[in-house]
Design a protein around this ligand. Structure first.
Ligand code: DX5
Ligand code: ZN
Length: 223
């Protein structure tokens, strides 16, 4: 692997929502670097999860880094609520509104790191003119909305192209969807440095979290 540090961000979408605090603690004890928080609105994506009050409730349990992935549209009016809920980084979809540059400025003005997520059909050029405003690009390797879907292989080339576009800038590339020990090496070799994992991280329950994460990390670092 390159000099970039690989971060694992288990997605809380695959946790037991009735025990969310314990699940976060267990994942962090098992070696999670970040906690990935999937917010869905049943409009931008065909599924509904939770909003700012639940994010606020999670916050005290997260000792690492709260990575909030907003799958909502329109997004601008909600940014402040997620900032107040304690997000460290707020990722919006390039497709979530008409003025991506303005949205990213708003996130920065709230004092948060900013990310842009790209759907599988969205080209890398969608971020070409906002690179100086962002800390992270999230490459969706499934269509957003559900955990447990299969990794879309065409996205590996997008990761490679984005890493070239980024050049010397300090921007992380996050992969979201279908990350497993089998797919992790493909995206890390292409330039990814944050791996979201839902199903593969939570499978088997808390006694397996440590070995699940270790397997993904080992596979990613072998790339
Ligand atoms: C999908 C979400 C992902 C999801 C990943 O819309 O953004 O974060 O939880 O789940 P897996 O790893 O199961 O594909
Ligand atoms: Zn996500």
């Amino acid at each position: 692997m390159s000099a970039r540090q690989l971060r694992l961000a288990p997605s809380i979408l695959s946790a037991d929502f009735a025990k969310i605090g314990e699940e976060i603690q267990a994942m962090e004890a098992a070696g999670a670097d970040w906690i990935h928080v999937d917010v869905m609105d049943n409009h931008f994506v065909p599924n509904l999860t939770f909003g700012p009050p639940v994010c606020s409730a999670m916050r005290p349990h997260i000792k690492t880094f709260m990575d909030v992935h907003l799958m909502i549209s329109p997004v601008d009016a909600s940014l402040e609520a997620y900032a107040k809920a304690g997000a460290d980084l707020i990722t919006v979809h390039a497709e979530a509104g008409p003025h991506l540059d303005r949205t990213l400025q708003a996130i920065k003005n709230l004092g948060k790191q900013a990310g842009v997520a790209l759907n599988p059909s969205t080209p890398e050029s969608a971020v070409a003119y906002v690179l100086d405003r962002i800390d992270l690009i999230c490459v969706m390797t499934v269509n957003p909305g559900f955990g447990g879907q299969s990794f879309i292989k065409s996205q590996v080339e997008k990761v490679r192209n984005l890493r070239k576009m980024i050049g010397e800038r300090d921007i992380r590339i996050e992969i979201d969807g279908g990350v497993t020990p089998e797919t992790a090496p493909l995206v890390v070799a292409a330039g990814a440095d944050v791996l979201v994992a839902g199903s593969a991280a939570f499978k088997g329950g808390p006694t397996f979290y440590r070995s699940n994460l270790a397997e993904i990390r080992r596979a990613g670092e072998s790339a």
